[in-house]
Design a protein around this ligand. Structure first.
Ligand SMILES: NC(=O)c1ccc[n+]([C@@H]2O[C@H](COP(=O)([O-])OP(=O)(O)OC[C@H]3O[C@@H](n4cnc5c(N)ncnc54)[C@H](O)[C@@H]3O)[C@@H](O)[C@H]2O)c1
Length: 453
């Protein structure tokens, strides 16, 4: 099998590396010349655990290569995966499909050329990007339209949908051992190519859902909207816990042990962010509006989550005695979750500028996100580690649950802080251990303990 992957971002690069690990010959394409040059040198353009070694091994084995020339990559490919970005469209929040359509046009031209040289050739064009229902059909139309004077003969190409469910931070494990693979396709031939591409997973009996293209497209949005709803639900229950003196950790455990509910995605926090949930929920709401369907739950989830991120700044200000003007706040964690450098739609981007506007000086540290954060929030002071950030601060805010923040030397933090106050928006510490260390502690959905015991 030979495949091309268009787009070498979080999804394209991981997919390309993992498919090559499956034994498929993969050419990864990006129009970003700098990215391709770095990849050819073995440098990763993103932070993702285990990725560098996987890319190096498969590149050395000759199964994985990188190019900016899409036509070369598509030549003779059994499948071409579109893995370009689908950000929120400015203005209305729908998915911006311009990158997908631009890639489809280029693929169409390359396929027409292939077909002229090899009339019996066959290629499946697969959308792996998260795309709204109906996009696969539009890609098929672009492929048809792009044939110069007839171009790709009937049967020379099919489209398929293969949404990706990997999580940044554990992307390789997720890709290699997915809970399921979803494939939307109309023809037996396309389904067979997809089975071959995923052969190791097929053989290891990973559940494979074969369905139509529209259904596959919707599965991805429904999955993300459901997970975002689960997070938002537990966040609201956490707020209620604070009002009534209950403990959200125990409530989450108490409901999560019910197999019908499940324990995952029941961690109360500052609100969901990242490159997928916010934009995908918004795009799903747009799809529903266009289809005149009511999607009140998802619409509410988007609103509640946005409001929550703003309220987290108020929570920090309240914990600091009602004002942060002239105060210094140490912040640990800037990315939307641990083990990634991705800053897209991170809660920190909603919370920290509000604190700065309220007069706080912010000393921040993140293990992987600082380079990107510096571009987005130049007003912050960036520190070398957690202790550097804490030095002289009036409060320390835990914003992302990186492992290295789970085992801080609390006595040292207490000595470094000007005021011994920790605001833990991820509930990674126990109130009792904070009290034992002499630190005031504010967390999410647990009875406040503002002064040490
Ligand atoms: N990031 C995730 O965790 C994740 C998980 C599942 C699904 N997705 C979906 O996968 C898609 C890609 O997401 P991402 O985070 O990898 O995006 P990304 O922004 O990290 O990467 C996109 C890449 O595509 C390249 N590109 C754009 N147009 C191109 C073209 N015409 N030819 C070649 N390269 C082109 C860009 O230069 C960029 O490197 C999105 O639809 C996203 O919603 C993302």
């Amino acid at each position: 099998m030979r495949i091309a992957v268009i787009g070498t971002g979080y999804v394209g690069l991981v997919s390309g590396a993992c498919f090559s690990e499956f034994g498929v010959s993969v050419v990864c394409v990006d129009k970003d010349e700098d990215k391709i040059a770095r990849l050819r040198r073995g440098e990763m353009p993103i932070y993702e655990p285990r990725l560098e070694a996987l890319v190096a091994a498969n590149a050395a084995a000759g199964r994985l290569s990188f190019t900016t020339d899409l036509a070369v990559a598509v030549k003779g490919a059994d499948a071409v995966f579109i893995a370009v970005g689908t950000p929120s469209r400015r203005g209305d929040g729908h998915a911006d499909l311009s990158y997908v359509f631009a890639a489809a046009e280029e693929i169409g031209r390359a396929l027409a050329e292939n077909q002229a040289n090899d009339p019996g050739g066959y290629t499946v064009v697969v959308t792996k990007s998260t795309v709204p229902v109906g996009t696969g059909r539009q890609v098929a139309e672009i492929l048809r339209r792009t044939r110069p004077n007839g171009g790709v003969p009937e049967g020379g190409a099919d489209v398929a949908s293969n949404p990706e469910f990997l999580r940044e931070g554990s992307a390789i494990e997720d890709f290699m051992r997915p809970d399921r693979v979803v494939i939307g396709a109309d023809s037996d031939r396309a389904r067979e190519v997809m089975r071959q591409v995923y052969r190791p997973l097929y053989l290891s009996e990973t559940p494979m859902l074969f369905t139509d293209i529209e259904t596959a497209e919707l599965v991805k949005y429904a999955a993300n909207a459901f997970l975002a709803t689960k997070i938002t639900f537990i966040n609201e229950i956490a707020d209620l816990c604070e009002r009534v003196g209950a403990d959200i950790q125990d409530v989450a455990r108490g409901i999560g042990l019910d197999g019908r509910i499940g324990r995952k995605f029941l961690h109360a926090g500052p609100g969901f962010g990242g490159s997928c949930f916010p934009k995908d929920c918004q795009a799903l709401v747009r799809t529903a509006h266009e289809a005149a369907a009511d999607l009140a739950i998802v619409e509410t989830v988007v609103q509640v989550n946005e409001a929550r991120k703003a309220r987290m700044a108020d929570k920090i200000i309240a914990a600091c005695g009602g004002t942060v003007a002239g105060k210094t706040i140490a912040v640990l964690g800037l990315t939307f979750k641990p083990n990634t450098d991705d800053m897209r739609d991170s809660p920190s981007l909603a919370i920290l500028p509000r604190l700065a506007t309220a007069g706080a000086a912010i000393r921040a540290f993140d293990p992987a996100g600082i380079d990107e954060a510096r571009n987005l929030m130049p007003e912050l002071v960036y520190c070398d580690d957690a202790y550097d950030a804490a030095a002289g601060a009036d409060a320390l805010v835990l914003l992302t649950e990186w492992n290295e923040f789970r085992a801080l030397d609390l006595a040292r933090i207490g000595r470094l802080l000007a005021t011994p106050l920790i605001i833990d928006l991820r509930n990674i510490y126990q109130p009792a251990e904070m009290a034992a260390a002499g630190l005031s502690y504010v967390s999410i959905g647990r009875p406040p303990r503002l002064s040490p015991a």
